[in-house]
Ligand binder design. Structure first.
Ligand SMILES: NC(=O)c1ccc[n+]([C@@H]2O[C@H](COP(=O)([O-])OP(=O)(O)OC[C@H]3O[C@@H](n4cnc5c(N)ncnc54)[C@H](OP(=O)(O)O)[C@@H]3O)[C@@H](O)[C@H]2O)c1
Length: 337
C-alpha cells in the first residue's frame, strides 16, 4: 500500500522544474523502494498558480513553456494563498534568493509552518536573514524544515553532519561553495586569460549570471557559511557577521605566480573554532583536496572522532540539486504517519 504524500512547488524556475521532472522520472523507483507516492497538487508562480487536488502531472507541467498554458492555471492566484489554502503535506520553496529581506520565501515558509505543512527549500535568502526565527516557528508548529539543497546543491553536507556524523563534535569547516568563482579562477589559471574575458565566457555558457555580483564578490559563499554556522554550529549570525572578500581583484599573473610555486588560488569559505566566519581567496597547494577545478564544489569537515571528512560534487544544476531536495522529501515523508 503506497503512502500518498501531497506536495506543493512554489517557484517554478530551474529548480522547481528540475524537482518536478525528477519526481516524475523517479516515481516508480520511489514507489518501489520507499512505498511513497509524491502527488503534486499545486504549483505557485509569480503571476499565478495551478491547483488540482486530484494531482498534476509533473512532467506535463515541465513540458509547458509557460505555466499559464496549463488548463488549471489561475492568473493572479498568489503562491502564498495556495500554501495557506491547499491541503498538502510538504511545500517545496524554490523562489529566488533575496538576502536583504528573505522575501518572498520568508512569507511562504512562515505560511507553510502556520498551516502545518513541512518545508523543503533550496532558497538561501530566508535562511540567511532569519534562520533562528524560522527554526523556532517550525519547532513551535511541530513541522520539519529541511534545506540540504541550499548549500552545495547536490553535495550532501547538512544531512551528513546531522546523520552519519552525529556522534562527532564539528571543529571546523572549509570549502569551495561557489561553482561560478571556481570556474573563473580555474579558466584564468589554465588559459592565462584575464578576469573580464573569462567572466563573459562564463556568462555566455550560463555559468555566471548577467549580474555576477553575488557570486564574484563572495556574497553567495558567505550566505552558505551563515547557513552552515547557524545549523551546524548553533550560532545565530547573519550575513553581516561574515568577513567577505571576493575574486574580482585576482589577476591571471597572480594565478600563474602561485601555480609556479605549487599553489592554486581558490575562493574558500571557512568557519574555524571561535573565529569570525570568513570568505576570501586562499593559496591552496596543488595536491590538496580543496584544489578541485571547474564548477565543482567541495567541503571539508573537521571532526573530533572521524577526523577530516571531505565531500565534493556539483553545487548547482536542476537535476543535481533535485537530488538533495528529493532526499529531504523522502526523509520527511518517511516520518509522516
Ligand atoms: N539553480 C541552481 O542550480 C540552484 C542551486 C541551489 C540553490 N538554488 C536556489 O534555489 C532557488 C531557485 O533557484 P532557480 O535557479 O530555480 O531560480 P529561478 O530559475 O529564477 O526560479 C525562481 C522562480 O520563482 C518564481 N518566483 C518569483 N517570485 C515568486 C513569488 N512571489 N511566488 C512564486 N514564484 C515566484 C520566478 O518567477 P519569475 O521568473 O516570473 O520571476 C521563477 O520562476 C533560489 O533561491 C536559488 O538561490 C539554485
Amino acid at each position: 500500500m503506497l503512502k500518498k504524500v501531497r506536495i506543493l512547488i512554489v517557484g517554478f524556475g530551474v529548480i522547481g522544474r528540475g524537482v518536478a521532472r525528477s519526481i516524475s522520472e523517479k516515481r516508480e523507483f520511489i514507489n518501489g523502494k520507499y512505498g511513497i507516492d509524491f502527488e503534486l497538487v499545486g504549483i505557485g508562480e509569480r503571476e499565478g498558480s495551478i491547483v488540482c487536488e486530484k494531482g498534476i502531472d509533473p512532467m506535463e507541467a515541465c513540458m509547458l513553456k509557460s505555466l499559464n498554458e496549463h488548463p488549471h492555471w489561475k492568473e493572479g492566484a498568489k503562491a502564498i494563498d495556495i500554501i495557506k489554502g491547499v491541503d498538502a503535506d510538504i511545500v517545496i520553496e524554490a523562489t529566488p534568493t533575496n538576502i536583504d529581506t528573505g522575501e518572498p520565501g520568508m512569507s511562504h515558509m512562515m505560511a507553510a509552518f502556520e498551516t502545518k505543512k513541512h518545508v523543503v527549500t533550496s532558497n538561501k535568502g530566508p535562511l540567511t536573514v532569519a534562520y533562528t526565527r524560522l527554526k523556532k516557528a517550525a519547532e513551535e508548529n511541530d513541522i520539519k524544515f529541511m534545506f540540504e539543497a541550499s548549500v552545495g546543491g547536490a553535495m550532501p553536507v547538512l544531512n551528513m553532519v546531522r546523520g552519519t556524523l552525529q556522534a562527532n563534535e564539528i571543529l571546523g569547516i572549509e570549502g569551495i561553495l561557489n561553482g561560478t568563482c571556481n570556474y573563473i579562477l580555474t579558466r584564468m589559471m589554465t588559459e592565462g586569460l584575464p578576469y573580464e574575458h573569462v567572466l563573459s565566457e562564463a556568462q555566455e555558457l550560463g555559468i555566471a549570471e548577467s549580474d555576477p555580483t553575488y557570486d564574484v564578490e563572495g556574497i553567495d559563499t558567505a550566505c552558505k557559511l551563515v547557513i552552515l554556522a547557524n545549523s551546524i554550529f548553533d550560532m545565530d549570525i547573519s550575513y553581516k557577521d561574515v568577513s567577505v572578500t571576493g575574486i574580482t581583484n585576482i589577476t591571471s599573473e597572480a594565478l600563474k605566480l602561485a601555480y609556479d610555486d605549487g599553489y592554486v588560488i581558490k575562493l574558500v569559505g571557512e568557519i574555524q573554532n571561535n573565529n569570525k566566519p570568513a570568505v576570501a581567496p586562499h593559496l591552496v597547494p596543488k595536491d590538496h583536496p580543496l584544489a578541485v577545478g571547474g564548477t565543482l564544489n567541495i567541503i571539508s569537515i573537521r571532526t573530533d572522532l572521524a577526523g577530516e571528512i571531505t565531500v565534493t560534487g556539483k553545487g548547482a544544476g536542476a537535476v543535481e540539486t533535485s537530488s538533495s531536495i528529493l532526499s529531504d522529501l523522502i526523509s520527511i515523508a518517511n516520518e509522516i504517519p
